[in-house]
Design a protein around this ligand. Structure first.
Ligand SMILES: Nc1ncnc2c1ncn2[C@@H]1O[C@H](COP(=O)(O)OP(=O)(O)OP(=O)(O)O)[C@@H](O)[C@H]1O
Ligand SMILES: [Mg+2]
Length: 307
């Protein structure tokens, strides 16, 4: 299987007066699980549709292994669209065989792959049922099987976790990890940030059609600066108010929560705290992805979407 990098750069897209994307770019390397997050309407689906060639950008380009994504390359992508495009009246197994053949597998290989994925995703007993008779979550499993049945070289999944029960979330997580381990670049969008934080090698945050952060969870949370919790029972209120690079987030009795700007000196804070008397607690927290998300998305303010 060829191992290629997906590279997206300088994407601009406008729908009438609405600027959906401005200069969107990021890369997803072979074997990497990339989480694409952003508020409703931020531009995730638009970006993914452009990768698939369903939409054309006004500017910018998408390459896979350094070459543009041609019709030929497109058959090697596994895609889960936001609007789940299965034929409701088709039977589950027939549907998967049909899709696999459409992507170039022989009839024998298509059947074998269908069998494998039905088993892997716990859908064996539903193989003869019409897609429309399945629950939403099971339809979603079929949709995942549909994205995977032709052994794609690249996976692009638009909110694969929405509507899944906790067991199905685990199955989906395992499958995405396995696909990445096979050397496939995997990009998926999600609003479940705890899951994204746990699962992804790298994350891209889009706000108002612009990338506001791209990197590993460690890189992103380090760049956001740390949070310190200081317990100093004899300190006066506002003791930390004027320390450089420090913002007071909360003050409750002896406990003060501070946000440090990147590079700010936590030892200087400790010295200042000790100057007030005994310090009985001094803890550094890494911000969670949810906190980071709130910070960067609010900072951006959305900007004006209108041209
Ligand atoms: N076909 C279209 N015609 C007009 N506007 C569109 C079209 N598709 C998307 N938009 C607009 O482009 C912007 C980005 O939409 P997009 O669907 O990419 O967001 P998203 O990040 O996928 O959001 P969600 O989390 O809700 O799925 C929105 O302002 C949306 O209204
Ligand atoms: Mg979307």
């Amino acid at each position: 299987m060829p191992e290629h990098t997906l590279a997206i750069s300088g994407l601009h897209k406008r729908f009438g007066q609405v600027v959906a994307l401005r200069d969107v770019g990021f890369t997803v390397r072979p074997g990497e699980l990339f989480g694409f997050v952003g508020s409703n309407g931020a531009g995730k689906t638009t970006t993914m549709r452009i990768v698939l060639g369903v939409l054309n950008p006004d500017a910018g380009e998408v390459t896979f292994g350094g070459a543009p994504i041609t019709r030929q390359v497109r058959t090697r992508i596994g895609y889960m669209p936001e609007e789940r495009g299965l034929y409701p009246k088709m039977k589950v197994a027939d549907h998967l065989v049909y899709l696999a053949e459409l992507h170039g597998l022989s009839s024998v290989d298509a059947r074998a792959a269908t069998q494998r994925w039905l088993g892997r995703l716990g859908l064996d007993h539903r193989r003869g049922d019409e897609v429309q008779k399945l629950s939403l979550g099971n339809q979603q499993r079929v949709q995942l099987a549909a994205a995977l049945v032709h052994e794609p070289d690249l996976l692009v999944l638009d909110e694969p976790f929405s509507g899944l029960d906790p067991v199905a979330v685990d199955v989906m997580s395992d499958v995405l990890r396995e696909e990445a381990a096979r050397g496939v670049p995997v990009v998926f969008s999600s609003h479940q940030l705890d899951l994204v934080e746990r699962l992804c090698d790298r994350i891209g945050i889009i706000a108002g059609g612009r990338m506001v952060a791209v990197g590993s969870v460690e890189e992103l949370t380090a760049s956001a600066g740390a949070e310190l919790e200081v317990v100093a029972p004899q300190a006066e209120p506002d003791w930390a108010a004027n320390l450089p690079g420090v913002t007071v987030v909360a003050e409750e009795g002896p406990r003060t929560v501070l946000r440090l700007a990147p590079g700010a000196d936590d030892q200087a804070v400790l010295h200042a705290a000790l100057a007030t008397g005994p310090v009985t607690g001094f803890t550094r927290h890494r911000p969670s992805l949810v906190e980071l998300f709130r910070a960067v998305v609010t900072e951006d303010g959305g900007g004006s979407r209108h041209a």
